[in-house]
Design a protein around this ligand. Structure first.
Ligand SMILES: [Zn+2]
Ligand SMILES: [Zn+2]
Length: 229
């Protein structure tokens, strides 16, 4: 997969969406529905990136369905997944064979693994949650088992409405160094885009557009949100 650096992006790149969920996990639309919607709004490239865990069993049925459907469309459709960065070692919660087969891999911070527990970010005070989210993100980037860091800062933004800009900057610098794409996510970054833009411009990492769509109406949201990059 060839991604582009932030300063090379044009509005043509908003005709893509590399973070979409189908009804194989918690999305509402089928793979066929997703491709149909992407065609309707004029996207040129998408990735279907359902949630995966080490014990997930659906992946090979899912990937062959995507392979069949993509023969019948002009859109580039990639077979992907989104997996939780499961530890402070930066490992993903995914089976090794699945990790080898997927064309596009998103690693995201979701709940935090503390000891043997999976803890909701909301169970910590704000600055602790933000610090943990930063550490897990940086660990995942350093381990390098994925192509895209999913919704950076997203847990803190969801629960505390903010993620420090200097933390974003550390993540962006690490992404640049490791050639991992920073996901601009329309569900999480819409309100911070104008501030993020300056840091992205300065460090110029690889960047992709994603929606985290769980309903087909949300696919390709940046196309409607960003008239200018
Ligand atoms: Zn996620
Ligand atoms: Zn997602």
């Amino acid at each position: 997969m060839k991604f582009r650096h932030f300063n090379e992006l044009t509005t043509a790149d908003t005709h893509s969406d590399f973070h979409i969920h189908s009804n194989y996990t918690d999305g509402k639309g089928s793979i066929a529905d997703i491709v149909k919607r992407a065609e309707e709004i004029g996207l040129t490239a998408i990735a279907i990136t359902d949630h995966i865990r080490e014990d997930s069993t659906y992946f090979f049925k899912y990937s062959s369905e995507i392979e069949d459907i993509r023969q019948k469309t002009q859109i580039d459709v990639l077979i992907g997944f989104e997996s939780r960065i499961k530890s402070f070692n930066g490992e993903l919660d995914v089976d090794r064979t699945v990790a080898t087969e997927a064309e596009i891999k998103i690693g995201s911070v979701h709940r935090f693994s503390i000891g043997e527990q999976l803890r909701d970010p909301a169970s910590f005070v704000k600055d602790v949650a933000q610090g943990l989210e930063l550490e897990i993100s940086l660990a995942g980037i350093a381990k390098g088992d994925f192509h895209i860091l999913g919704h950076p800062g997203g847990m803190s933004l969801t629960h505390f409405k903010e993620f420090p800009l200097r933390y974003f900057e550390k993540i962006i610098i690490a992404c640049k160094k490791s050639n991992i794409a920073f996901e601009l996510n329309s569900a999480y970054h819409q309100d911070v885009y104008s501030e993020l833009k300056n840091i992205l411009k300065k460090h110029n990492p690889l960047v992709i557009f994603g929606s985290d769509a769980h309903m087909v109406e949300d696919i390709g949201r940046w196309l409607f949100l960003l008239k200018d990059i």
